[in-house]
Design a protein around this ligand. Structure first.
Ligand code: ADP
Ligand code: MG
Length: 257
């Protein structure tokens, strides 16, 4: 039998909160699984929103990403299987202490990469849901990743910080991870009726000299409902425009990997 290919690791990062990182990880993960891929999602945010939104209660999780990064647990031992055909490395509030612990360790930025190495043959795609910061955990994600997607709402003020993120990416590529590729900006929370939103969408690719993934993800209340039932919009609103948009973006990403 031919050896299985190793997973491609994609980080979704933006140090702003509320830009739809977590929603995009859950939705793209479900879309990749629908398209027959073996998917692992990693929650790197102490707020554990991804964990919660996949139907796993962070308060009852026995072992989490914190045990892997700080305690040296095997990553495969903390994986939980979720509905919608994706596996999850859950987070809990314990992860809030990880930054401080890792800071005093040598090669701290490589901790996640090392932990993921052991499972890369078990998956086709690994998606990393980053916390809203550019701290050690996000540096771990950018170091472990082959590719980066930057979710960004189509609003003026959401630009703030993207330059700083790209500076960090440049440093990461120079020092920690030469192979990191920025796949592009994923426009989120898009209201096509708003002239302002259309103008931001037009301009953002040129402004940062980056590809803009298509189609933009429309703003719809369906997204607010999904996490409460522990499933992504791909199964709570299968035929919605939002689900269709994520499926299309997932297919585009797969084609480019
Ligand atoms: P982040 O992980 O970047 O902090 P989230 O994915 O948690 O962002 O999304 C922030 C909020 O926006 C959540 O309440 C989520 O339900 C909502 N949201 C995300 N995408 C959409 C969308 N396309 N339409 C409407 N609401 C959305
Ligand atoms: Mg989040």
């Amino acid at each position: 039998m031919a050896p299985k290919r190793k997973a491609t690791i994609i980080a979704l990062a933006n140090q702003k909160g509320g830009v739809a990182k977590t929603t995009s990880v859950a939705s793209l993960g479900a879309a990749f699984a629908e398209q027959g891929r073996r998917v692992l999602l990693v929650d790197l945010d102490p707020q554990a929103c991804l964990t919660f939104s996949l139907g796993v209660d962070p308060d009852t999780v026995e072992a989490s990403v914190n045990d892997v990064l700080v305690g040296g647990a095997e990553l495969r031992d903390v994986v939980v299987s979720c509905d919608e055909g994706v596996d999850l490395v859950p987070s809990t509030i314990d992860l809030a202490g990880a930054e401080a612990v890792l800071l005093s360790r040598p090669a701290r930025e490589y901790t996640l990469q090392g932990a993921l190495d052991g499972v890369r043959r078990d998956y086709d795609i690994v998606l990393l849901d980053c916390a809203p910061s550019l701290g050690v955990l996000t540096l771990n994600a950018l170091t472990a990743a082959h590719a980066l997607v930057i979710p960004m709402p189509c609003e003026m003020l959401s630009h703030r910080g993207v330059g700083q993120l790209l500076d960090t990416v440049r440093d990461v590529k120079r020092i920690l991870n030469k192979k990191l590729r920025v796949l592009g900006i994923l426009p989120t929370l898009y209201d096509g009726r708003s002239l302002h939103a259309r103008e931001v969408l037009e301009d953002v690719g040129d402004r940062y000299d980056l590809p803009v993934l298509s189609p933009p993800i429309p703003k719809t209340v369906r997204f607010a409902e999904a996490p409460a039932v522990g499933r992504s919009i791909l199964s709570t609103a299968r035929r919605s425009k939002g689900a269709a948009a994520y499926r299309e973006v997932a297919a585009t990403l797969l084609a480019g990997l």
